[in-house]
Design a protein around this ligand. Sequence first.
Ligand SMILES: CCCCCCCCCCCCCCCC(=O)SCCNC(=O)CCNC(=O)[C@H](O)C(C)(C)COP(=O)(O)OP(=O)(O)OC[C@H]1O[C@@H](n2cnc3c(N)ncnc32)[C@H](O)[C@@H]1OP(=O)(O)O
Length: 336
Amino acid sequence: MSTHRKPNVTTRSAASASTTTTTTTTTTTTSPPPTIRSPASLSPLLPTRLESALLAIYPLTLLLGSIFSTLSPTTRSIPYSATTQSHDPAFAPSYFATKKNVFNVWFVKKGWFWTTVALGVFVVLNKNMGRGWRKRVKVGVRWGVATGWWVLVTQWCFGAPLIDRGFLFTGGQCEMLQQQQGKEGMGEVREVLTAAACKAVGGAWRGGHDVSGHVFLLILGSALLWFEVLPAITHAEGLRDGRRIMMGDGRVVSVGVEKEDGRDDDEGDKTTGGGTKFALGVAALMWWMLLMTAAYFHTWFEKFTGLLVAFAGLWVVYFLPRGVPGVRAVLGMPGV
Ligand SMILES: CCCCCCCCCCCCCCCC(=O)SCCNC(=O)CCNC(=O)[C@H](O)C(C)(C)COP(=O)(O)OP(=O)(O)OC[C@H]1O[C@@H](n2cnc3c(N)ncnc32)[C@H](O)[C@@H]1OP(=O)(O)O
């Protein structure tokens, strides 16, 4: 089964193969090169096993936090307000259960800034990207698409962001709009089509489904960081050549065939310099804040939809290019 794929995946090692003795023929038939070890049935549009395991950390974290909030006697005994999406701050069960906690105010609420800085530092300081700009530009393009998704979902989507549109679509509205006296203070009706405008005029954003912006941003930002960083610092096949791509003629091969001149810039020198540590540190803090969000804020369903919306963006940036050569030409793939 694997023999007809072998020529596609061994191109990158052709140079080294020519230096080996004739006995290599026997060796190659019995022990296939690492680039074809992934199950043949795996679609390039799906994560490798290792990527799946890493991505599974997110739903598991949400589950863990939600179970904790359900079972913890302290958390359960304090009233939860669906409108503020939090516990009464006067009785907050933990420092992390208050909205004003310093990590929320300076880190999560500015989470895309931190994601950008961490990625920027990694790209500038990481030696494994080679001397040219090609790989760095592709990282920038992927960041641009992820940023576009963040903007559309949380900031602006030709008017209200998608989260607010979803809230209104599912029957929510600014409570003051329902009460006639509130309408005057709000000015244009368009202004109250966003949660921010509603809160600014003292209204309550109630009644609809509010996708968790925190869950969305923390998953999108942290996964973006490790999807970019890990292929550059690990030998794990599931994050490197175990990734499968579809070629223009429909063949599914290892991503190894697309490496520049068959060369693997990253091989051998797996440095974890300051840029890498900083980026992974930001991703780790994001994971912690995700756990805190899961434990103290939002409903189960709000967290679940935050996860889905983040995964949708990640799929477009990191998995769609594997199955569509045209998209791959624009977005590239980390470590390739
Ligand atoms: C040599 C080296 C060279 C280096 C070279 C580097 C180059 C480096 C270039 C830099 C250049 C930068 C350029 C950046 C360019 C940008 O990226 S600028 C963008 C900066 N802006 C941001 O990052 C903003 C990010 N924030 C957001 O998008 C939104 O605030 C969020 C995070 C989506 C959250 O929205 P939200 O409305 O809070 O929504 P939600 O999650 O539903 O929360 C509901 C409520 O529960 C609360 N809540 C939920 N979870 C929690 C929690 N865990 N804790 C407390 N409260 C919570 C919320 O606070 C919220 O309460 P309210 O505030 O509404 O009362």
